[in-house]
Design a protein around this ligand. Structure first.
Ligand SMILES: Cc1cc2nc3c(=O)[nH]c(=O)nc-3n(C[C@H](O)[C@H](O)[C@H](O)COP(=O)(O)OP(=O)(O)OC[C@H]3O[C@@H](n4cnc5c(N)ncnc54)[C@H](O)[C@@H]3O)c2cc1C
Length: 368
């Protein structure tokens, strides 16, 4: 028997496993052949302390020191590299722009309004006649997601833990204080199980007879577009608008574009839809001088959230030893060190902040 079973080997489960492996024997169970196959391997790889509500921003800020200076041997190179975000204000968006700017000023490195000349210097493809104002969020960074994820997984193994792939959990039951997971790769037991199954977290709860928290998997599309010949975009910031209706980010000599869509779908291996790619092309061509003639590679992934956009972390009120780590929406990579630590503390008996509790999602709901 192990001390902790973790269901799901994305960045959340990997982070929780990394910190839990300091406290006991961890077995991480991942249904795919590769742990980053779903959301973790499909992100835009941005670290932004300007993103999300105040609690999310605090979780991201609490992750910065780990990401900026990970433990020795965790990764071969830096996990964070400078990027910045340029947020544009289309005509009519001035009220929202002021709100976003005020929020951005609460960040450790405050957002600043910049003029048209500076916009041109930061990113020469922005159409200055499309936007009335602009702000720079200077401290946003690129994250090396694969290095971060692999660092967590390596750390689990180095601390005596197991990472088992192609091990879909199909049954989850508790008897005499021990959880038993029946998987495609055999049976595994432990007194505590962490549900880090991403978009499937409500389904995994269902296997265990635990009440779901109302997770909403939202599909988001991204694709790579070519730059005009001879243009080097490596130093450009990510460009977006204050209403978050699109973003463009330099990526390996090309531009990563997203229409910032959020379509409710069942959990699954989601694929990009032509209409979403077309919307992304249109929005970017309105805001910039970029002419997208062909799309190189398109993909989609799931950002799963609950109604208040906060994570769900902590022991299920209706199931002792069943710990939630879910609903990480669009910030699961950047906040992974903090949420992994909180989940590990919850799995070892420290009640997390009530703001993250599964109980808040269950109030007023009936057992199905
Ligand atoms: C297009 C896009 C852009 C994004 N950009 C960013 C960004 O810039 N910055 C950021 O921080 N975040 C970003 N995100 C969000 C981020 O990717 C997620 O918040 C994060 O990856 C969630 O991690 P996770 O481990 O919870 O989920 P996942 O990575 O999906 O991991 C869950 C795992 O559980 C496994 N699983 C499910 N059911 C079972 C089962 N029954 N048995 C065993 N295993 C199971 C799945 O196979 C999966 O590997 C973006 C997401 C998308 C889609």
């Amino acid at each position: 028997m192990r001390d902790f079973l973790i269901v799901g080997g994305g960045v959340a489960g990997a982070s929780a496993g990394y910190f839990l492996a300091e406290c006991g024997a961890v077995t991480l169970l991942e249904m795919e052949h590769a742990p980053g196959y779903h959301s973790t391997g499909r992100s835009a790889a941005l670290f932004s302390e300007y993103f999300g509500n105040r609690t999310v921003r605090a979780l991201t800020a609490a992750s910065r020191s780990f990401l900026a200076a990970p433990p020795s041997g965790f990764a071969d190179g830096p996990l964070l590299t400078p990027r910045g975000v340029l947020a544009l204000c289309p005509a009519g968006g001035e009220k929202l722009f002021d709100e976003v700017l005020a929020e951005g000023q609460e960040a450790p490195t405050p957002a600043v309004e910049i003029d048209a000349g500076e916009v041109e210097q930061y990113c020469p493809i922005v159409r200055l006649d499309w936007c009335s104002r602009a702000m720079l969020k200077p401290a946003a960074m690129d994250i090396d997601v694969d290095a971060l994820h692999q660092g967590f997984l390596r750390g689990i193994r180095a601390r005596g833990g197991q990472v088992i792939t192609s091990a879909r959990v199909r049954e989850l039951s508790r008897s005499s204080g021990v959880w038993r997971a029946v998987t495609d790769a055999g049976e595994h037991t432990a007194p505590t199980v962490v549900n880090a199954a991403g978009a499937w977290a409500d389904e995994v709860a269902g296997l265990a007879g635990v009440r779901p928290v109302g997770l909403r998997p939202l599909r988001r599309t991204a694709f790579l577009a070519d730059l005009p010949g001879g243009v080097d975009a490596a130093s450009w910031p990510m460009v977006t608008d204050v209403a978050d209706t699109f973003y463009v980010k330099p990526e390996s000599g090309r531009l990563l574009v997203s229409p910032a869509d959020a379509t409710l779908v069942p959990p699954g291996d989601v694929r990009p839809q032509d209409v979403d790619v077309a919307i992304g092309v249109q929005r970017v061509q309105e805001a910039t001088t970029l002419e997208i003639r062909s799309v190189r590679h398109a993909w989609a992934g799931l950002r799963s959230s609950v109604a208040d956009e906060l994570p769900v972390i902590g022991e299920a009120p209706d199931a002792p030893g069943f710990v939630w780590l879910a609903a990480l929406s669009g910030y699961g990579v950047q906040a992974s060190p903090a949420v992994g630590r909180i989940a590990a503390a919850a799995a070892t008996g420290t009640p997390p902040d009530a703001a993250y509790s599964a109980q808040r999602m269950l109030n007023g709901t009936e057992r199905p």
